[in-house]
Design a binder for this molecule. Sequence first.
Ligand code: SF4
Length: 428
Amino acid sequence: MRVSALTDDARLLRPAPEREDLGCYRTAGGYGDGLTGDDLLAAVDAAGLRGRGGGGFPVARKWEALCMADGPRDVVANGAEGEPASLKDRYLLCRRPHLVLDGLERCALMIGAERAWVYTADAVTTASVHAALRERPVAVPVVVHQAPHTYVSGEETAAVRAIDGDEALPTAKPPRPFERGVGGRPTLVQNVETLAHVPFIAAHGAKAFRAAGTDSTPGTLLVTLSAPGVAPLLCEVDAGTPLDRVLDAAGLGWTPAGFVMGGFAGGLLGPQAREVRLSYEDLLAAGSLLGCAAVIALGAPDCPVAVAGEILAYFAAETTRQCGSCVRGTQAMRDVVAQLCAGHASADAVEKLDRWGTTLRGRGACGLLDAAAHMAASLMREFPVLVHTHLGGGCAICAAEQSSPWREPAAGRFAVAIDIDLERKDAA
Ligand code: SF4
């Protein structure tokens, strides 16, 4: 993995060969005075900080909801990062844990939380956070909880359930965690990257935060780019930066056949998306989602129909089988796209796939079914000619794949791993 700041104003990335320890973080101004309490809330509001976990919800609104809650409350730094193509949160917790803990502590003090949690999904990240906690004086007690790494384990109700000692499975809403969360207490579940922006706002204020980014997506973003033949790239960009700039930085010397956006949750976009600007509003206008800002560029060996099929198979395998629509819907969409790849789908089945892309949305208790439906709908919208070609069995790439004994599924091929040798050293 390569790490690169594509902005003059990098706030999150500090390309360094190892974990930033307390001394380095303090020397760089960390755990400084800065804004607190209502002043911090007002600055976060004026900064327009939006959640970086996928939803883009205004952070100040969530903090206000917790401030108004009755009784003791908790806050969770959510680093489970279920999207297979994303590694920004693991990067932050492994390389810059004090930045996250600083943001978590400021947030906890602002909303009046008595306890804080760091929610992780792998042993390397857990060890890094434990090492940082051993170095740091305690202002708010912080407990690390590690859950299994699944697509849904980072969903906020799944995080609450896991911390409470149950399986990391989403629950029906309401109640949402801000109403009833960990141990029944009102709980703020906030993505790790989101919290990592808080120390900058506390130290420099809303205006400085807004110096980068767009009106609707102020600040900088961490983007993970995966593509065949190049090392995965994690970069910090001003929100609104064209995707093209990230592709150039990754050293792509070819035109992608398309893109998978937002991890797997933003669906497919065609080759024209290389000009799209990376912001919530631009991706939404393009029919996609910024999500966790993970982008997969598809190369010549990738047929977009086959990639959609592999990702739908992944969703069908990752369903937690709690909602009938999700179990049946993900399997049905997977099967139709598999038939397309095999060259024997009927026009009727493809019509149904198109319909399911719309009708299945909002029918599950979490975002997995929405993501699967989005994948199906975006395939039909972005690649109609290619889908038609598959109806007649005319895709050479898929024909070759059908006859090959094994191809690693998309979730495996596009999963990006942080340099674990270094983390092993951290964990020791
Ligand atoms: S939508 Fe799917 S993954 Fe989400 S809770 Fe329901 S069954 Fe589980």
